[in-house]
Design a protein around this ligand. Sequence first.
Ligand SMILES: *Cc1c(COP(=O)(O)O)cnc(C)c1O
Length: 236
Amino acid sequence: MTDTMLSESLTSARERLSRALVTAGRPADAARLLAVSKTKPAGMIREAWQLGQREFGENYVQEALEKQAELADLEGIVWHFIGPLQANKTRAVAEHFDWVHSIDREKIARRLNDQRPDALAPLDVCLQVNVSDEASKSGVAFDELEGLANAVLAMPRLRLRGLMTIPAPAADMASQREPLARLRLALEALRKRFPEAPLDTLSMGMSDDLEAAVQEGATLVRLGTAIFGARNTSHR
Ligand SMILES: *Cc1c(COP(=O)(O)O)cnc(C)c1O
């Protein structure tokens, strides 16, 4: 992908998000774009940063650390870890990321809390919820969500910001919206249960279901393909 193509796809991703917000009757700043840069080279991230993009999502710890080292001069860049997180990788994530979206068990949260350096702000985190009820999908079940939130809220080096999900693919808008609506209701329930918590984030919506997610209140949409082009699947 050339620089011009990236500029065009980033512009059209921004326009797509703006249109979706207008259609949903929500304010223009009610949701922001997380550029998912997994498998893409550091040079593309730099280019997107030069075009004003600040928040980037990565899935693979080692790959992300290499790109972060290369891009250490980029001011105001915000790194989100959005992939599955194993216990032996939590220290690197606690030390090198600003956000983690994929917390689905207390053990991982506790390690991140213990390993977050004091010199850094608390780590912003979302709990990943399994909205599609498939045994193979990661994420905490709805009926275990309140307990996990309660545990994370007691961890001083983590700041619980909201919920994230990766729904099963669905063909039409109505069936895309249904599980996302359940995530929105779960966040509303947590807000009532924990009124002091800074629960302002619904991380949902990807290249295929952005409009449905914005209709259901997404505040952070995670776009990879729509910004950076198709990923070379043989890479992973
Ligand atoms: C890869 C990925 C995305 C981006 O998906 P696209 O379909 O390329 O937009 C979003 N969220 C998560 C958790 C991902 O792993």
